[in-house]
Design a protein. Structure first.
Length: 725
């Protein structure tokens, strides 16, 4: 009987294993990506899977495992759905996880301003720092400051609510509060009132106000990233059956997907990066139509739908039936043109039937999506989605428009060269149905991942910043396989990213051959799951998800980065050596809720291993009485603002003057920095109106023990407000 039970049990395990392996290949990509919307000064990115830092460009889509660094006197703004992330100078940030349900961000040092207009039910934003993991519970305005040299993290909530977790009871932070954490991940903290805004906060507020007043959101969903840019560069018209159409102000002969370059961004593959400051939304959502002698962008039914991001909504032309007689050279060429109204987008990456329908329905008007799906979607052995050859039967409206087809040598695409300079004239006779393809038949190279500035020196964060361990509540996904380890596999099926199962197998193969080979790529978040949570089930063949121990930092190294803002005056508390060592009894002068307790969240080391190789994690360094604790400001200390302007990397038609210079000194604690921290000239057009600067009165000294007990024992539940525009 026991043998029969074991036999049956093994059959169940095998069935589950096979089912999970089959489903792993159907893992859809996220329906959203992060747009690098604004850069000022030297800003660098490090794409996941490579170890090079490259100068950032506007409109570059970012996703899981990508890193961003703002150097001295620099700022950056990133958008994701209805959220805006803004980084001040000398800030190191990693997009740990970007999916449909969670946005997990690692902040190693510097300042992050987070504005969330709408929080969907079940959607999570988590900010991981060296002292705590902060989970957003309500839409609102948040600021996070991580001192690059000291063991402190300050969390400011102007509007909203969230909870910090670490090695102790969670700490609720509500509207109008600022909490400063120290003592490693012990959640030792001080509570005070949120200080008044500084120059960086004013700059963020002006940016938010402009987006709030964007007219384009009358025609598209609030989750269409980049739609706020359209107002200044074109006009909306109602055109026949297309409905509202946005018409850009461009020169005669202009065509979509002609002025920009291609980059390789996984899991989507070839991704378009447009040169125009408005070129994000019209290139990743909706369709382009040519009517009455002009091009217009028709967003479709995106007012009511949550749109699905696409890397480029184009039809590809390539292969042996294309390029004969054209001057592409020995490597051949590839061409493309914008998809028209109601024409299906057939992804080059593996997707499910549901994803195929959603990416089309949310981006254009399709009368019978079932018929479209049956014609252009096919499943091969229920494991991998491939594209049907019926694509050659589509009648594309834009293929006959003069100048609509753009083609370049394959080498220009691989090296991310500017398309307009490398483009080859394509006569209408060269575009034949048999040349239509569902993917660009071009294999990527490392330069394709880095983009237009590959090989150019770029600023990089200090070593101690990228090696700091951080606290995480949610278990991060596995780190990406180094690009060099997958390049051969990508070349076997040019233009198509690897499916989930193949990538997992590659990760296993690399680890079996030489574990050290996984250490050459970019540092990325670790994969240690949070205590008390269920880690994601590994894909078949995936290697363990433990991160390597963090490298020892250099807390004494001088840095010009802005330190976190201390809380308003409150009674400082310090842990003695016994509490730091993990004592379970309260110490004199220390509130009971600050005593070290069993783990509630994991300390996630940031290793130089991007692929999740197995090695033990390094525990957080216990706090001691010598650790710095935020102090109240000294009377007469200036707020540290300066008026040095930054240079915008992408010119725009108008600027918005900052009001930081006109503001009186606010009660903010001193900020020691050599980099400017002021609102700077803005290349965007001014909004119709600007609200008065937010005023915040510092909270008077209070009983810290009582305040914290009220927060920690609050029984309020998370609220999800619908804050549409």
């Amino acid at each position: 009987m026991k043998i029969l039970r074991r036999f049956a049990f093994m059959h169940v395990l095998i069935a589950l294993f096979v089912t999970s392996a089959a489903l792993s290949a159907f893992a859809d990509p996220p329906s959203r990506a992060v747009r690098l919307q604004y850069i000022s000064g030297p800003v660098s990115i490090q794409p996941g899977g490579v170890n090079d830092w490259v100068e950032a460009v506007v409109n570059r889509p970012l996703t899981t495992a990508d890193r961003v660094w703002t150097d001295k006197a620099a700022k950056a703004e990133l958008h994701l759905g209805s959220a805006a992330l803004r980084l001040n100078a000398e800030t190191s940030m990693t997009l740990t996880n970007v999916s449909d349900d969670i946005v997990q961000i690692e902040l190693d040092q510097g300042t992050l301003n987070l504005h969330i207009r709408h929080l969907f039910g079940g959607e999570t934003y988590e900010i991981d720092t060296p002292n705590q993991a902060f989970t957003i519970l309500k839409s609102g305005d948040y600021r996070f400051d991580v001192d690059p040299n000291a063991d402190t993290t300050s969390v400011t909530v102007w509007h909203g609510e969230g909870e910090a977790t670490g090695q102790g009871p969670g700490v609720k932070v509500k509207s109008g509060q600022q909490v400063s954490f120290s003592g490693g991940n012990s959640l030792q903290h001080q509570v005070g009132g949120a200080p008044g805004p500084d120059g960086f906060d004013d700059w963020c507020r002006v940016r938010d106000d402009r987006e709030d007043h964007a007219k384009s959101y009358q025609y598209v969903s609030a989750d269409v990233v980049g739609a706020d840019e359209l107002d200044a560069y074109g006009t909306w018209r109602v055109v026949g059956a297309y409905g509202p159409v946005w018409v850009p102000a461009v020169a005669p002969g202009w065509a979509p997907y002609h002025y920009g370059h291609w980059v390789w961004v996984e899991p989507w593959g070839w991704t378009w990066v447009d040169d125009a400051p408005w070129g994000y939304a019209p290139c990743h959502y909706g369709r382009w139509v040519y009517s009455g002698g002009f091009w217009g962008w028709a967003p479709g039914p995106m007012v009511v739908a949550r749109p699905v991001y696409a890397p480029a909504l184009v039809a590809w032309v390539g292969g042996p039936h294309f390029g004969v007689g054209l001057s592409f050279g020995a490597g051949g060429g590839v061409g493309w043109f914008a998809l028209g109204w109601g024409e299906p987008y057939v992804p080059s990456y593996a997707v499910s039937r549901t994803y195929f329908q959603q990416v089309n329905v949310s981006n254009t008007h399709i009368t019978n999506i079932t018929n479209v799906t049956n014609n252009y979607y096919v499943s091969n052995n229920n494991t991998t989605v491939v594209n049907n050859n019926n694509i050659q039967n589509i009648h594309y409206a834009n293929q006959t428009v003069n100048g609509a087809v753009t083609a370049v040598p394959t080498s220009a695409m691989t090296s991310s060269q500017p398309v307009a300079k490398a483009a080859v004239a394509v006569p209408a006779s060269a575009v034949k149905p048999e040349a239509f393809a569902s993917a660009a038949p071009v294999a990527p190279a490392k330069t394709s991942v880095l983009g237009a500035n590959a090989g150019v020196h770029a600023a990089a964060p200090p070593a101690q910043a990228v090696s700091r361990p951080v606290v995480s509540q949610a278990a991060p996904p596995p780190k990406p396989v180094p690009f060099e380890a997958k390049q051969e596999a990508l070349a076997k099926n040019p233009g198509r990213p690897l499916d989930t199962q193949t990538e997992a197998q590659l990760r296993t193969n690399v680890m079996r051959q030489t574990p050290a080979a996984m250490n050459h790529a970019n540092p990325a978040p670790g994969n240690q799951p949070a205590a008390g949570t269920q880690p994601a089930q590994p894909v078949r063949g995936a290697m363990p998800n433990a991160a390597q121990p963090a490298k020892p930092g250099s807390p004494g190294t001088p840095s010009a980065a802005q330190p976190p803002r201390p809380a308003s005056p409150a009674t400082p508390t310090e842990m003695d050596s016994k509490a730091a060592a993990g004592a379970t009894q309260p110490q004199p002068g220390l509130p009971a809720h600050n005593v070290a307790r069993p783990p509630q969240a994991s300390v996630r080391p940031v290793s130089t291993n991007p692929s999740g190789s197995a090695s033990p994690a390094t525990p957080a360094t216990p706090a001691t009485a010598s650790r710095p604790v935020p102090r109240p400001p000294t009377a007469g200390t200036p707020n540290g603002n300066s008026n040095s302007p930054n240079v915008m990397s992408s010119p725009k038609p108008a600027s918005v003057p900052s009001n930081a210079a006109e503001r009186p000194a606010n009660p903010r604690p001193p900020q020691t920095t050599s980099s400017p921290n002021v609102a700077q000239s803005n290349p965007r057009p001014p909004a119709q109106s600007q609200p008065a600067p937010r005023q915040s009165t510092p909270r008077p000294p209070s009983q810290q023990h009582q305040n914290n007990n009220k927060q920690n024992h609050s029984d309020s539940k998370p609220e999800h407000k619908n804050e549409g525009r």
